[in-house]
Design a binder for this molecule. Structure first.
Ligand SMILES: Cc1ncc(COP(=O)(O)O)c(C=O)c1O
Length: 366
């Protein structure tokens, strides 16, 4: 039986009645532009993350872009981030007119290596932008210490880590601001696009609320040139239903990861790690081995979904060629890119499915 990488259909079956009722209520009210559900979701998300303010926007890329812009980052500035991420992280830096500076990752967490950040700080550096990759938080204390010493901002890209925490504090609450994506495959996902920005800074939140609606706080009055990046009311209604289940879903992901770890422990592959200070939410369950192509071929033949996040890291993308990133500075990124493979991971995954996937992984390596 085939097993998808992510199963949105099964999840919807369990939510159908509640979602349809919420859609009906929302559409019957026809308050579609930053209406009651967006406002309620922002409050609920702030409480969940432990921040003072959340601002809903159209997607996770806009969330990053708008946050960088509202923080005053622009032409002439450098932002330090990773190559080993979805390209949106780097696009946002470029779209505000700043220059992305890429550093290597830690081979176990796949997140930014703080020790390598220091060597990249210049007088033009304005911010550090860690990505909590696959659902595991970056080492925020080390990054915040560097930022404090060099007077830099820190922005978290938490697009893949809804509900993850670092030393007991949720991601999105660990720096000057955090951003989330509600793309359909994420741990908390819309039926379309959506994004959220979190911060404790009230003035920053006010600026973001204006930027997302054409620089306006009052109808037909525009203080700055802004954008059209609203979180849609229908998506917010869906997200509120799903948010009530997020903790349970993340716990199921953690149990699936533990089961995978158990069933794959006899193989010569590197399993995902969870640092002592981390609470991992397994957006992806990604293992690594130089023999990953053999696993991929076996999964393919068995009709099991897999993905290679990110087999072509950002510094090798044609879109970024003009920056002439030096691959020699990113050895762990390049090694990870050639070894990683993500196995099916979603809350509704059954034990039988996990066993089937693990059997096929074993076959691929025998
Ligand atoms: C690490 C990371 N950053 C940013 C984004 C961008 O989010 P969105 O697709 O909602 O624009 C994604 C989404 O895929 C992501 O994985």
């Amino acid at each position: 039986m085939s097993i998808p990488l992510v199963d949105l259909v099964t999840q919807y079956e369990g939510l159908r009645e509640e979602v349809l009722a919420a859609l009906d209520e929302t559409l019957s009210g026809m308050q579609l532009n930053l209406g009651p559900n967006v406002q309620a979701l922002e409050e609920e998300w702030s409480e969940y993350c432990g921040v003072a303010h959340s601002v809903g926007v159209a997607n996770g890329t806009d969330a990053l872009y708008l946050l960088l812009r509202a923080l005053g980052i622009g032409p002439g500035d450098e932002v330090i981030t990773v190559s080993f991420t979805f390209i949106a992280t780097i696009e946002a830096i470029i779209h505000v007119g700043a220059t992305p500076v890429l550093v290597d990752i830690q081979p176990d967490t796949f997140c930014i290596e703080p020790a390598k950040v220091l060597g990249k700080v210049t007088p033009r550096t304005k911010a550090i932008l860690p990505v909590h990759l696959y659902g595991h938080p970056a080492d925020m204390d080390a990054l915040n210490a560097i930022a404090k010493e060099h007077d830099l901002l820190v922005v978290e890209d938490a697009a893949q880590a809804h509900g993850a925490s670092y030393k007991g504090h949720r991601v999105g609450a660990l720096a000057d601001g955090g951003t989330f994506s509600f793309y359909p495959s994420k741990n908390l996902a819309a039926y379309g696009e959506g994004g959220m920005i979190t911060t404790d800074d009230e003035a920053l939140a006010d600026e973001l609320r204006a930027l997302r609606v054409h620089g306006s706080g009052e109808r037909f009055v525009h203080r700055v040139v802004g954008y059209n990046s609203r979180l849609h009311e229908v998506q917010a209604a869906v997200l509120r239903i799903k948010l009530r289940r997020l903790e349970g879903w993340n716990e199921q992901r953690r149990q699936h990861a533990a089961r995978y770890n158990e069933l794959l422990s006899d193989l010569d592959v590197t399993l995902p790690t969870e640092q002592a200070w981390a609470h991992h939410v397994y957006h992806l369950y990604t293992i690594r081995t130089p023999r990953r192509d053999e696993i991929a071929a076996a999964l393919e033949a068995a009709g099991i979904g897999y993905a290679l996040h990110y087999c072509k890291p950002s510094h090798l993308q044609e879109a970024l060629a003009e920056y002439h990133f030096d691959p020699a500075e990113l050895p762990e990124t390049e090694r990870a890119a050639s070894e990683i493979i993500s196995l099916p991971m979603y809350p509704e995954l059954t034990d039988e499915q996990i066993e089937q996937v693990c059997d096929v992984v074993h076959q691929g390596l025998c």
